[in-house]
Design a protein around this ligand. Structure first.
Ligand code: HEM
Length: 149
């Protein structure tokens, strides 16, 4: 006996295709934010902790950090990074990077070394290549606003 007469087989195929198509459209998932793909607050906090310690210790970058409260600075950079990558934070520090670095006269070399230190921190925390590239793609274009203020 044929359990699936020809027309039933056809109907089953139509139902199968329709449910695959409908299933694909019913609940489109929004793409995960860079914030989530980086690993959220634990990873961002750890990266900023490492990078700011490196900026403040390295003779090539430490010049502008003397007398700066590193704990407050870290909290501010964490919240800025969280907000800039699509996370749930509201950054309440100075939004214009030119103003945040006014009077520091940061050089192009200091900026480039700082980016290397951020890259090292991302590597130490095993941030994947794609997320590293995206985050640096947000930070590097800030150079013109930060250098020479
Ligand atoms: C893309 C790179 C950078 C980002 C995203 C960044 C971000 C920030 C943020 C968010 C603040 C705090 C602003 C506030 O709380 O109102 C800050 C302050 C500061 N930044 Fe940067 N910064 C960058 C590069 C640099 C570089 C290259 C240096 C020096 C080598 C530097 C030195 C400082 C110092 C010393 C302060 C504290 C100023 C003060 O408290 O008077 N920053 N930065």
């Amino acid at each position: 006996m044929n359990l699936f007469p020809r027309y039933t087989k056809y109907r089953l195929q139509v139902i199968l295709i329709a449910s695959v198509v409908a299933g694909g459209c019913a609940s489109p998932q929004p793409p995960a934010s860079l914030f989530d793909r980086l690993g959220g607050m634990p990873v961002i906090t750890a990266v900023v902790d490492k990078e700011v310690d490196a900026h403040a210790a390295d003779p090539r970058t430490r010049r502008t950090f003397s007398g700066v409260n590193l704990k407050t600075l870290k909290a501010s950079i964490v919240s800025m990074t969280c907000a800039a990558t699509g996370g749930p934070c509201k950054y309440t520090g100075e939004p214009r990077m030119a103003n945040a670095h006014k009077g520091l006269a940061i050089t192009s070399e200091e900026f480039d070394v700082s980016i290397d230190q951020i890259r090292d921190a991302l590597d130490e925390l095993h941030v994947a290549a794609r997320e590293k590239k995206e985050l640096l793609g947000i930070l590097i274009p800030m150079k013109a606003d930060i250098v020479g203020r």
